[in-house]
Design a protein around this ligand. Structure first.
Ligand code: PLP
Length: 396
């Protein structure tokens, strides 16, 4: 039930049918107005930035941002310890080294740890707004600008989120977005890199796979491309026209989805916070969120067994709950990232993740669905923490 996605708007169908008939799926076949080119233009306009480069995933956008900044020889990249495994993976893929910074109880970057680690030879910050929670980006930008350290925003779950009225993804040197199915805009897979930096985007476009003179089909034709032609590797990360048509059909719906996602989240948050079992982190004062999921901490759960039992009971009733730090092989638990070097001062984040739950909230959920989730979670918490008193409660 809680996995139901929005249908793809029917406007995509006609365009896709035309493409199936013409076979014109490659972004660089048409001289002008290919769907990928139109999407780049529309996305950049929507975000209020001059440049966008469409790719096949947010992971690719992050990888290209690092490469376009000229990184990739073992440079140290500061990354929140609470993020998705794809994020440190993109850092490793780019030939850099992820350095993990602790997360606080509100699921934002712990600024004390950030200040400390920023002094440890960091070359760039990759700021994951994990699950759409914005860390204090004013403080982070100030600290980074003082040290001339570029910030890349991983805004995979932050499309539609604003900070002091500014769109998340437009504040750092580059912003990276995902169109994978669990995000606000769903193309199955897909990603976007945005920036105000013409050199960065020219380098990213070429490395995404704009070979020979295909870069002339980007609005941005200038000496930057000429400068980088034949001097950069081509990584083959382009978006195709089918994906672009699917994303284009959803662009005008972003504000509604953001608003509805926030309303759904806040309604459920109020219900969960009214119980003694759960605590949903408050948004920061400058932040207007666009959540596609809800996170909450477990209170009064003394043992892992109680927490696991809560998870099991909720699932039996039809609500899929992940506990980041307890679900087996969870890709958002940094200690499962066997491809990164172990880092020994992250116990704060680990303890938080061991009691932090995650439930997806597709935009199309209505009040009845939200009430069902709230009732199920509260009943499961009561049953899990007082099994004797609740022996009559069974999954049906
Ligand atoms: C925080 C975060 N960053 C990056 C990604 C990677 O996105 P993609 O699957 O488009 O590569 C994800 C995926 O869910 C994510 O949650």
């Amino acid at each position: 039930m809680s996995h139901t996605a929005e249908p793809i708007p029917s406007t995509a169908a006609a365009e896709i049918l035309g493409m199936l008939q013409s076979g014109d799926l490659f972004r660089y076949t048409a001289d002008t107005d290919a769907p990928v080119t139109r999407l780049e233009k529309e996305f950049a306009n929507f975000m209020g930035v001059p440049f966008a480069c469409a790719v096949n995933s947010c992971s690719s956008a992050i990888f290209l941002s690092l490469k376009a900044l000229g990184l990739g020889s073992g440079e140290r990249i500061l990354v929140p310890a609470f993020t998705f495994a794809a994020v440190p993976s993109a850092v490793v893929h780019a030939g850099c080294k992820p350095i993990l910074v602790n997360t606080g109880p509100n699921l934002r970057v712990d600024l004390d740890d950030f200040r400390k680690k920023l002094t440890l030879g960091i070359h760039a910050v990759l700021l994951s707004h994990m699950r759409g929670h914005t860390s204090d980006i004013d403080a982070i930008m100030e600290l980074c600008e003082a040290r001339h350290i570029p910030v890349i925003e991983d805004a995979a779950h932050s499309l539609g989120t604003t900070w002091s009225g500014r769109k998340i993804g437009t504040i750092g040197r580059a912003g990276c977005f995902s169109f994978q199915s669990y995000k606000l805009v769903n193309a199955g897979e897909g990603g976007m890199l945005i920036t105000r930096d013409p050199d960065l985007v020219a380098r990213a476009i070429i490395m995404s796979g704009a070979y020979e003179h295909t870069w002339k089909k980007h609005a941005l034709v200038n000496d930057r491309f000429v400068r980088w032609q034949n001097r950069l590797p081509l990584y083959g990360l382009r978006m195709n026209n089918l994906s672009a048509a699917v994303v284009l059909s959803q662009m005008t719906d972003i504000p509604r989805r953001a608003r509805k996602g926030r309303e759904n989240h806040d309604y459920l948050a109020a219900r969960l916070n009214a119980s003694p079992w759960f605590g949903v982190p408050e948004p920061l004062p400058n932040e207007v969120r666009a959540p596609d999921s809800i996170q909450f901490s477990l209170r009064r759960f003394d043992t892992d067994e109680h927490a696991a039992e809560f998870q099991r009971l909720a699932r039996e009733k039809g609500v899929q709950v992940e506990i980041f730090g307890l679900s087996e092989d969870n890709a958002r638990a940094f200690w499962n990232w066997g491809f990164t070097d172990s880092q020994d001062d992250l116990s704060q984040t680990r303890e938080i993740l061991e009691r932090t739950c995650d439930v997806r909230l597709p935009v199309r959920l209505e009040k009845a669905g939200l009430d069902f989730i709230a009732d199920t979670l509260v009943e499961a918490a009561e049953a899990a923490t007082a099994p004797a008193a609740w022996s009559g409660w069974s999954a049906t």
